[in-house]
Design a protein around this ligand. Sequence first.
Ligand SMILES: [Zn+2]
Length: 313
Amino acid sequence: MYIAIDIGGTKMRAALYPDKGIEPLRIKRIKTIGRNKTTLERLVTLIKQVWPERGKILALGVAVPGYLNPHTGIVYSAPNIPNWKQLPLGQILHSKFNTTIMLGNDANLAAMGEWRYGAGQGTHNLLYLTISTGIGGGVIINNNLLVGAQGLAAELGHVTILPDGPLCSCGQRGHLEALSSGNAIAKFVSDKLAKGIRSSLKNIKHISAQDVSLAAHAGDALAQEAMDRAAGYLGMALANFVHIFNPEMIILGGGVLQSGSRFLEKTRIALERYIIAKEYLEHVIITRAQLGDDSGLYGALAFAHTGAIAPLN
Ligand SMILES: [Zn+2]
């Protein structure tokens, strides 16, 4: 059997799976942050809740929302989880549960989930980006998840697209995340409204990307500009990625992609604009993610499967 865990900013889920198949035998969820216990204590409790009374756990896969080294099991930092800095999570879980522990970045594992069980089934080389409040990414290359030397590869949201551009959540400027994420879209509109640009959004207090998306659909010029600008920069970034990885599929997930076909179309136009040779795009499928919220959990399961064959640590 396998256990897969998806740690989110607000909730954690754990599921017990049979040796083969993706129908969970048990599934539990718990809040990530609570009053009495630390997130680590809550995680251990959650794993115990799905642990089987008999039978062997071949590997435990964990999707973590942060920077970590899958080779050593050390979580360098997880911005939304208090005190997860230089945390030897792999070692701690191994000492408590005595099985192979496979830790992965949540967006990396979401890529793996979509590849194994979602939109990317049957492909060998794919890119996955989740465009929500931030931007995360994952790369499958020659049927393997790209992890890199320190396990930090495929940070696709933090590539510089516009030097001296808007401030990114990481502290740098002009990253893709600062231009095309949900937060970036909302901030672009707020800044324009503060300058007196007219828009149907002017009376909304805390503008979200969803507000902007809805206004864009209704024909609001500023909202359309914000969405098209985000899509344009995304397409530019995708052209860079396509030149590096030459994928056969690009899977886009996250809330911003729910905004409709115009966003995807504008992304595609920009991608074509910046590509150096049409051959790159001749067989590339650009598609939406299929697994939604479950991509991390499925990815953790797929990663646990690979760990049972070849443990990383
Ligand atoms: Zn950044």
